[in-house]
Design a protein around this ligand. Structure first.
Ligand code: CMC
Length: 436
């Protein structure tokens, strides 16, 4: 870390001795104050629920400028990656820091392809679930289940083990998501076909049956691949921080990723794509564009819990660059399928326009995030709404594992152990039951 010449001084109005805090400079982005010695020197903690002002680690993977609406993976703008690279190039970049050359590209594809099948026992594990279980419940179980299979890649202190666990996870997630889908339908599982691209293979495992093969449409495969790229990493979001915290105890890497899947499920995070599409469908059922005014009124009502799903972000206080790319992809996919007049897409665009001109959203800097349009694209591809978040998990796995491996290789890494401001009862004595 680069220490700055400038230091911060923390002083107290009760005359306690002040303290100097070092300041570090990132390559870009805000400086950070180093408060690690604060408790030792002053006996005080900092208080920051939700980490509004706290950097929990140093990382060289992803950078977001929330005011500009900029997202960089390893320095490369998301727009360039989405247009010029595919998902496996992006995985390589996130894991190793550089884009692959042609040879590296070939070797990496081969490496991932070597691991696309899952242990046959996984089928029996799946059978324990009800067929109507939510796919994220199934995915949390399946990914956790992987930790019982690969005993040769669980020593997180061994860089080769870390690498092979990363490749296994990236390779097997599409197979597992497709298996969870097929199980919900009661259809036979379709094994991976390694001659296809990563996204094409996933779509075939989802939509082919033993009686009928699936001919992937190039525009749809490209759209799927783009969804994967846009969701691949997003620095220290809730699920990534969960993976880091879970992994900081030295646990099995597959178990740490399962914790990330569980966190992603929530509607404030990855579950927002499912919630956003359900919201659009609800508005459409109630009368469509005509009903937007009424819906926006509910969203703005302080006494209601209704939110405009797919809007707002902790970091972006400008248009989420992923949402722009997702909206473009929506046009491409609906165009390719002859669905340019899709009523849900029209509704979404009108809703966006109205919200962006509304004082409530303007004042709070609430813009569409990646989840606002991704549901419409996925729905057009044929993916059921309940599977949207599982697709997000598939794509984010590379980010989780890259961040986990970065943490473990960091000499400054320690088990994560936040402190608290205790506001409960002071010490007291247990009374005999008749006196309580
Ligand atoms: N609809 C209506 N009001 C909103 C929304 C929304 N979608 N998002 C934020 N606000 C309001 C919020 O009520 C608050 O108003 P006030 O200042 O009057 O109390 C203000 O904006 C600030 O919001 P916040 O909840 O303090 O912001 P946060 O940074 O804690 O939460 C968020 C960020 C993403 C959880 C939130 O914007 C939200 O719940 N959005 C809807 C869910 C969603 O789309 N999530 C996906 C995020 S992107 C993909 C991912 O990372 O998983």
């Amino acid at each position: 870390m680069n220490a700055s010449d400038v230091k911060a001084t923390l002083s107290f109005s009760d005359g306690s001795p002040s303290m100097e805090l070092p300041i570090y400079k990132g390559s870009i982005g805000p400086d950070v104050l180093d408060i690690r010695k604060l408790y030792g020197q002053t006996g005080k903690f900092t208080y920051d629920p939700g980490f509004l002002s706290t950097a929990s680690c140093q990382s060289a993977i992803t950078y977001i400028d929330g005011d500009k609406g900029e997202l960089l993976y390893r320095g490369y703008p998301i727009e360039q990656l989405a247009q010029q690279c595919d998902f496996l190039d992006t995985c390589y970049l996130l894991l190793y820091g550089e884009l692959p050359n042609e040879q590296q590209q070939r070797d990496f594809h081969k490496l991932v392809n070597n691991h696309t099948m899952v242990n046959e026992q996984m089928q029996f594990f799946l059978r324990g679930f009800r067929r109507d279980a939510h796919p994220m419940a199934v995915m949390t179980g399946l990914v956790g289940g992987l930790s019982a299979f690969y005993h040769d890649s669980t020593d997180i202190n061994n860089p080769q083990h870390r690498e092979i666990a990363a490749i296994r996870l990236i390779a097997k997630m599409p197979t597992l998501v497709a298996m969870a889908y097929k199980y919900s339908l009661g259809q036979p599982y379709i094994y991976p076909k390694n001659s296809l691209s990563y996204a094409g293979n996933f779509m075939r495992m989802m939509f082919a049956t033993p009686c009928e093969d699936y001919e992937p449409n190039d525009v749809l495969v490209r759209a799927m691949d783009r969804i994967f790229i846009l969701h691949a990493d997003h620095e220290q979001n809730a699920s990534t921080s969960t993976v880091r915290l879970c992994g900081s105890s030295g646990t099995n890497p597959f178990a740490a990723i399962a914790a990330g899947v569980a966190c992603l499920w929530g509607p404030a995070h990855g579950g927002a794509n499912e919630a956003a599409l359900n919201m659009l469908e609800d508005i459409q059922r109630q009368g469509g564009v005509e009903k937007i005014g009424e819906f926006i009124k509910q969203v703005k009502d302080k006494n209601s819990t209704v939110k405009l799903m797919g809007f707002g972000h902790r970091v972006y206080k400008n248009y989420d660059p992923r949402a722009k790319l997702m909206r473009e992809t929506c046009h491409e996919v609906l165009g390719a399928l002859g669905l340019e007049n899709d009523p849900l897409f029209k509704l979404a665009m009108t809703l966006e326009k109205i919200a962006l001109e509304d004082e409530y959203f303007v004042a709070r800097k609430l813009y569409p995030n990646v989840d606002f349009y991704s549901g419409i694209v996925q729905r057009a591809i044929g993916i059921p709404v309940s599977l949207f978040t599982a697709i997000f998990a598939l794509a984010r796995t590379v980010g989780w594992i890259a961040q986990l491996n970065e943490m473990i290789a960091d000499p400054e890494y320690k088990i994560g152990r936040p402190r608290q401001l205790y506001v409960g009862a002071e010490r007291r004595d247990v009374q005999p039951v008749e006196k309580r």
